[in-house]
Design a protein around this ligand. Sequence first.
Ligand code: 6GU
Length: 236
Amino acid sequence: MRIDIVSIFPEYLKALDLSLLGKAQEVDLIQIHVHDLRDYTFDRHQTVDDTPYGGGAGMVMKAEPWALALEDILDSSESVKPTLIVPTPSGEVFGQPVAHDLAELEHLVFACGRYEGIDERMFDWARERFDVRLMSLGDYVLNGGEVAALAMIEAVGRLVPGVVGNPESLVEESHSEDGLLEYPVYTKPSSWRSYDVPEILLSGDHAKIAAWRREQQEERTRQRRPDLWTKRQDMA
Ligand code: 6GU
């Protein structure tokens, strides 16, 4: 999988060179390219924004630097129509199903906007060249798309075959198919500061352990995520 990211703060994206995704890049399972939007400006101040037509607070990102940056990426893409993901609180909500869909794709491009957003005409232009998807992490506001892109790239990247060493660790996960949260986990010592590991986990009875874990998943989901619990009831 190839991922391109356009941002005026390329340093935010340095975290992608760490840990699991860093290793995935080293072994060439994922190729990540970060582009500085200001490299596509030609004035002395490398201007990427201007005041909004019609008035109002804040600044709007100019369309032209985005088009130039994205054209550069298109020129080097092997995909017919790469997917352009625009992180924005006014997008569709990103979740595990979307992550699975995106993990199947050959080429993802992230356009990380700042300020009050990007000139709407950039989207009209982009829709003729990309499969454009506006994506939100949830109902709160970040200062820009970079942190959201980091989250989405990590969620998608770990689903690319080979990136996570033990594929079984992708199965028993919160938000996987069965719509339940994960069960609680414990490690040594069995007694820590007077807190004990639930006895059943030391019993060696695998059937009982599996049943207990299932109960814990259901209890947690009911307590913490009544919305998921209700959805699950409606499915059955
Ligand atoms: Cl994707 N972007 C921004 N700027 N804020 C957000 C978000 C995205 N998702 C939630 N808040």
